[in-house]
Write a protein that binds this ligand. Structure first.
Ligand SMILES: Cc1cc2nc3c(=O)[nH]c(=O)nc-3n(C[C@H](O)[C@H](O)[C@H](O)COP(=O)(O)OP(=O)(O)OC[C@H]3O[C@@H](n4cnc5c(N)ncnc54)[C@H](O)[C@@H]3O)c2cc1C
Length: 167
């Protein structure tokens, strides 16, 4: 695990604000996250695509830059398909991938910036569709305790740009 110091966040936020992450750790897998937690680095924060943050100062502590990738088809029958997307995938690229597979449903949510992992946090939506309409479940890791938990749809309290996951 590499800790990069004094990293400019200019390329990593939509407002292109040039604040620094004092310590930035790029995470590429669930194991990377668990390794970081084991080292008891504090405080830990997570950054996706930086499209829903407004930086006002340098970031103290340890910033996890989510680069966890992966797309998979989990279950498929004649009417439904369950796909799995890793949290660091770009959301729009994920939507385009589903359309390339001929899986309909997410098309109204194309072009929304950010990562797949951030999508359920505020239940992203556009053109009358919200991600909750197609959401199945997510796996979360508690950044202090390292516990893993699966959240089913009815546990997420999805509302308008809101969910139980939003801090
Ligand atoms: C031009 C523009 C257009 C937009 N259009 C829409 C729109 O049409 N509809 C809509 O709903 N939103 C829209 N948004 C908002 C934005 O796209 C969404 O909120 C998106 O989900 C943010 O994703 P991100 O990866 O960039 O999150 P970030 O900005 O990186 O993070 C946002 C928050 O989520 C937390 N977070 C990020 N990833 C995780 C994770 N894996 N686990 C836990 N917490 C996490 C961060 O710590 C932070 O608190 C738009 C934004 C822009 C700039």
């Amino acid at each position: 695990m590499k800790i990069e110091n004094q990293v400019s966040l200019l390329p990593y936020n939509s407002f292109a604000l040039p604040y620094l992450a004092k310590n930035l750790i790029r995470i590429h897998s669930e194991d990377d996250v668990l390794q970081v937690i084991k080292q008891k680095l504090h405080p830990l924060r997570i950054l996706g695509g930086g499209s829903n943050i407004l930086l006002t100062q340098d970031i103290d502590g340890f910033l996890l830059k989510n680069e966890i990738k992966g797309l998979d088809i989990v279950e498929e029958d004649e009417e439904n398909v369950v796909v799995e997307v890793a949290s660091g995938e770009n959301w729009h690229s994920f939507v385009m991938w589903t359309l390339e597979q001929n899986f309909g449903g997410l098309e109204n949510l194309s072009l929304i910036p950010g990562t797949a992992g951030a999508a359920p946090i505020q239940n992203i939506g556009a053109y009358g569709i919200e991600q909750k309409n197609l959401f199945y479940s997510l796996t979360a890791i508690h950044l202090e305790r390292g516990e893993k938990k699966i959240f089913e749809k009815d546990e997420c309290s999805f509302g308008y740009r809101d969910s139980i996951l939003k801090i």
